[in-house]
Every structure is written in structure tokens, then in C-alpha cells.
Design a protein around this ligand. Structure first.
Ligand code: CA2
Length: 144
């Protein structure tokens, strides 16, 4: 049976490629999805690629990944990374390993981005590599 990896993206990431290219690059979330799907085909994984601006959607999708027996979740929770105990609780509540992903390196940015609730539950973090970080995270998920 082919295993599935959920790739979940948080608020404002739907705007990628339209603003702040000096921080997030010029590629769109659709471009990143294409990169992820290419790697998934190569390593024999299915991908559920989603984005929401709503915290509860991300919580629901973490539960869904668990219910459906996903192999892993790649989670770029965007700003919710730094605020959401609800996401941390969801990550801890599910048996599916979560790999945290960020395009930028939040640790090298404003102090309010240095705390990551997601990291407290994630098995690994890939950050500061731009879109390629999603590919690296998928390779890590494949190896779990
Ligand atoms: O580097 C990342 O991937 C972040 O998760 C991006 C979040 C930020 O709050 C995190 O600290 C680090 C912000 C995503 C906002 O996306 C935009 C897309 C286009 C234009 C402006 C923002």
C-alpha cells in the first residue's frame, strides 16, 4: 500500500511569490507543491498538499492525518508556529510524526519568531532552505 504524507501550510502562504520576495523568494505555493509532488513520485509516496489561513483547519488536518494512518506530516504552520499551543497539543495527540518546515530561518529573524511551539512536538525541523526545504523534509519523511 502506498503511504501518504500530508503537507500542511498555514496562514498567508497562499500569497507566496507575490510579496516580500527578499524573504520568501519568488516561487508560489503551487510551485512548491509541484516540487514536492516530483520528489514524492521519485520516492513512491502520495501527497496531500493543503493550505489554510485558519488555525482550526490545521488542527483538523493533523487529526485527519492520524485517522488515515499517514506516514508523516510536513507542517509549515507559518505565524501559528510562534503562537499556537493548540497545534502543539494536536501534534502531541497524534501518532504521526510531524516535521516542521520553514522557508526562512525564523531563528535569524525578529525575536518573536524565535519561539516555536511546533518544534516542541515535531521530530525534526528543516528551515532556511527556501522551497528546497520541503523536498529535504519529504526525503526525511520517506526515511522514517
Ligand atoms: O519562513 C517560513 O516559512 C515562515 O513559516 C513563514 C511565516 C512566518 O510567520 C514564520 O515566522 C516563518 C509567514 C508566511 C507569510 O507568507 C507570506 C507570503 C507572501 C507575502 C508575505 C508573507
Amino acid at each position: 500500500m502506498t503511504e501518504t504524507v500530508f503537507v500542511l501550510n498555514g496562514p498567508n502562504l497562499n500569497l507566496l511569490g507575490t510579496r516580500e520576495p527578499e524573504i520568501y523568494g519568488s516561487r508560489t505555493l503551487g510551485d512548491i507543491e509541484a516540487l514536492v509532488r516530483e520528489k514524492a513520485d521519485e520516492v513512491g509516496l502520495l501527497v496531500e498538499f493543503r493550505q489554510s489561513n485558519h488555525e482550526g483547519d490545521l488542527v483538523d488536518w493533523l487529526h485527519e492525518a492520524h485517522r488515515k494512518g499517514a506516514k508523516a506530516v510536513l507542517l509549515n504552520a507559518a505565524a501559528y508556529t510562534h503562537t499556537s499551543i493548540a497545534l502543539l497539543d494536536a501534534i502531541k495527540a497524534i501518532a504521526v510524526p510531524v516535521i516542521e518546515v520553514h522557508l526562512s530561518d525564523p531563528g535569524k529573524r525578529e525575536p518573536f519568531r524565535h519561539l516555536s511551539y511546533v518544534a516542541m512536538g515535531a521530530v525534526d525541523t528543516v528551515q532556511g532552505m527556501g522551497p528546497q526545504g520541503y523536498v529535504v523534509a519529504l526525503e526525511k519523511a520517506a526515511a522514517l
